[in-house]
Design a protein around this ligand. Structure first.
Ligand code: EPU
Length: 443
């Protein structure tokens, strides 16, 4: 995977805009069976990479997925003065952080990857300044930054907004503070946490997010010398330290990729063993698959999902962890679209995530949305058609639907899928799917 953007000389290869014209061509009707290995979580590794900014010297992150977002984060860190090396053969990134990093995250990278804003907390804590482009709206809703900003201000940072950038600064060390989050935001918890570890005195984050990716970054920060209590709970207590040290840390497995494979097994009458995954991080989703009729067997290094019938429809309500993850909502709508019966899906995190339903309807799915709710009436068959992925998870949901649709489904917007799923096509092929990546000129 290489970062591709001709607008930034020297950082990209020539195939840049190929992503825009590449498609996945899926011919439905194959049963998926076999084994698949899950790499580290996208939504953890990006933050772990940003957290290395907190200590000068060379940190090593292991179990790194080979996805586009890792390349974008590498490029961002390079522009901040770090030397970043991605050793794909061993799924490792090394980051050599200078004593005085730069502090600007440019719009050309932030617009490509919203998670770029996660450098704000470490930079303001470490160098007293962070100028970070505001991401703006994206395909899954407005996604504000107000909780991040309120938390940094409580610690004494000044935060203003100018010419499309958030400018955060602090004259001296940040001061530890108590913060109550309006909502257990993953990003805001991470921003405040990464600032608090180097602040003077104690910070408390109440109503903190509890996702496995938050636990992962807490554990890495502890290994760097941070003092954090309450890891995995909604109250994090942080005693700031003056300096942290570089670290070697392995990324937590990607529970959303693992969950996507589990749904693939359930939709295709399949039998997939998902290795390197932690079933405990997917309790709610696996429970739903059991309700849908799948057999789920947990093992020490993953789990196996077997399905021998048409799935039964399951109701879903997305909520912060340990609730049902919004990042598996499109995949479960795809499952419900071919299930026996009707289901109600409620999306509580991202208002625009139902946009993908219009694409699913092109395959013949019967889904009606009203605000936060979608009513899905299962059809006995879908029929292949061209569709457009509007975000990463929508892309995954559309590929899953294509696997069971009659005939050919052509999924556009492959670049979205590449942002979050490493080796998606080869893994699908190994499991028996008829899927190919084609240039549009061949499509
Ligand atoms: N929110 C605010 N103000 C804030 C922060 C959040 O209003 O200051 C709102 C958002 O608008 C949204 C809700 O709170 O409605 C949840 O946002 P959260 O901050 O929890 O999400 P995030 O950090 O922006 C991460 C993942 C998402 C995942 C969510 C929820 C990364 C890079 N992204 O986003 O992943 O859906 O947590 O679990 O970690 C994906 O992988 O496809 C993806 C979108």
């Amino acid at each position: 995977m290489t970062l591709r953007d001709p607008g930034v000389p020297g950082t990209m290869d020539a195939a840049t805009y190929d992503a825009a014209v590449e498609v996945l061509r899926v011919t439905g009707g194959r049963r998926l069976a076999g084994e698949v290995c899950v790499a580290g979580a996208k939504n953890s590794v990006l933050k772990l990479m940003a957290a290395t900014l907190l200590a000068p010297g060379t940190s090593t992150i292991r179990n790194v997925p080979d996805i586009l977002d890792v390349e974008i984060m590498s490029e961002l860190l390079r522009r901040l003065g770090c030397v970043v090396e991605h050793h794909r053969d061993v799924a490792t990134v090394t980051i050599d952080v200078p004593h005085r990093p730069e502090h600007r995250a440019d719009y050309d990278l932030v617009r490509r990857m919203r998670a770029s804003i996660c450098v704000m907390g470490p930079l303001v804590a470490r160098v007293g300044a962070a100028d970070v482009a505001v991401p703006g709206g994206d395909n899954i809703g407005s996604r504000g930054l107000d909780i991040h900003v309120a938390g940094l201000r409580r610690m004494g940072a000044e935060v203003t907004s100018e010419h499309g950038y958030l400018l955060a600064s602090s004259a001296g060390r940040l001061r530890g503070a108590q913060t109550w989050l309006d909502f257990p935001s993953v990003g805001a918890t991470e921003t405040i946490l990464m600032a608090a570890v180097l602040a003077e005195g104690e910070s408390v984050i109440d109503n903190a997010a509890r996702e496995p990716e938050i636990v992962d970054i807490c554990q890495m920060l502890e290994a760097m010398g941070a003092h954090i209590e309450g890891i995995g709970t909604s109250t994090l207590r942080i005693e700031g330290v003056e300096a942290l040290r570089p670290v070697e840390h392995a990324t937590v497995p990607d529970r959303i990729v693992a969950g996507t494979w589990a749904v693939a097994a359930a939709m295709t009458h399949g039998d997939i063993t998902i290795r390197g995954a932690q079933a405990g991080h997917l309790s709610m989703a696996l429970e739903k698959l059991s309700t849908a009729g799948a057999d789920v067997h947990e093992s020490a290094d993953g789990f196996r999902v077997i399905m021998d019938r048409r799935p039964a429809a399951v109701d879903i309500v997305t909520l912060p962890y340990p609730g049902f993850p919004t990042d598996l909502q499109p995949q479960f709508i795809a499952l419900n679209s071919i299930a026996e019966g009707a289901s109600l899906v409620t999306e509580n995190l991202f208002e625009a995530r139902f946009r993908f339903v219009q694409e699913l309807a092109r395959l013949g799915a019967d889904v009606r949305t009203d605000g936060h709710h979608a009513l899905v009436r299962g059809r006995s068959a879908l029929s292949g058609a061209p569709v457009e992925a509007t975000d990463i998870r929508a892309g995954a949901g559309l590929v899953l639907a294509g696997l069971v649709a009659e005939g050919q489904t052509t999924v556009y917007g492959v670049g979205h899928i590449d942002r979050g799923y490493a080796d998606f096509v080869p893994d699908l092929q190994r499991l028996g799917a008829d899927v190919q990546r084609l240039d549009i000129s061949d499509a």
